[in-house]
Design a protein around this ligand. Structure first.
Ligand SMILES: [Ca+2]
Length: 264
């Protein structure tokens, strides 16, 4: 966007031309607005600054603030205006955010491996909301793991246009691994994440010489323990997930234990 508003000099007197040149040369050019971003500030006199911000999910490349500089008769922005790109992977830790496939909404590049780690506060879980999902079927994948890395349990591997509307973690971290093969890129995905209060108790585990009955840890659910034959249960055998004194889900009593009959 480089334009001159000098008009037609041959039609004007000398004085007018000088004025016009002065007005053209006394400000910086319009630096524009980056794609997938916004800008704050319109003044383009020497010393003026303009700041930029990228839309959620996009990362700013460059500086978020540029200044109009005058050097002799030249006026220019320093540094150059930034751009906003959907990056390949990252670490996210805020209460909410957006994850975009690289280059979104343009087709993702081939041969990419992009990993994202989301980690929220310990007393929260993560809800993923799929806003759009379009991957090459059978060749490009988004693998989602319950935990901090790809050694954690796999929740699902998604491809084509088949993604769930929503996934909820049971802990406070998720790991997303995008893999594209050597050819054919599609628009990829836009996924929102939000932390939400944990509405379940943590896995209470097993007890020695006994078994657990029930696998639902949600508020109001109960788990019952049974002792192996030859062992006797000490304490009530059922625990229930309730809201604890600190306002967070907790089991209402300690785990029972199984004592050998021999010792009683
Ligand atoms: Ca592909």
């Amino acid at each position: 966007m480089c334009s001159s508003n000098m008009g037609e000099p041959e039609e004007r007197g000398m004085h007018t031309i000088l004025d016009a040149q002065a007005s053209v040369a006394s400000t910086c050019n319009d630096p524009g607005t980056p794609q997938n971003g916004s800008r704050y500030g319109d003044s383009r006199e020497p010393g003026d600054t303009i700041t930029f911000q990228c839309d959620p999910g996009y990362q700013l490349q460059g500086q978020d603030k540029i200044t109009c500089v005058q050097l002799n008769n030249r006026f220019f922005w320093q540094p150059d205006a930034p751009t906003c790109i959907a990056a390949c992977g990252g670490n996210l830790s805020g209460p909410a955010g957006v994850i975009l496939s690289p280059n979104y909404p343009q087709p993702y590049p081939p041969g990419k491996e992009c990993d994202w780690k989301i980690k929220v506060n310990p007393d929260f879980v993560i809800a993923l909301i799929f806003k759009s999902f379009n991957m090459e079927p059978s060749y490009d994948f988004l693998h989602i793991y319950e935990g901090e890395d790809s050694n954690s349990p796999l929740i699902g591997s998604f491809q084509g246009s088949q993604a769930p509307e929503r996934i909820e973690s049971s802990g406070n971290s998720l790991f997303l691994a995008f893999r594209s093969d050597a050819s054919v890129g599609m628009s990829g995905f836009a996924i929102e994440y939000k932390e939400k209060p944990r509405e379940a108790c943590f896995d209470p585990g097993n007890i020695m010489n006994g078994t657990r009955i029930g696998a639902d840890f949600k508020l109001g659910s109960s788990i019952t323990y049974q002792c192996d034959s030859g062992y006797k249960i000490i304490d009530p055998s059922t625990i229930t997930c309730v809201i604890g004194a600190d306002g967070k889900p907790a089991w209402n009593r300690v785990l029972p234990s199984c004592n050998g009959m021999y010792w009683i």
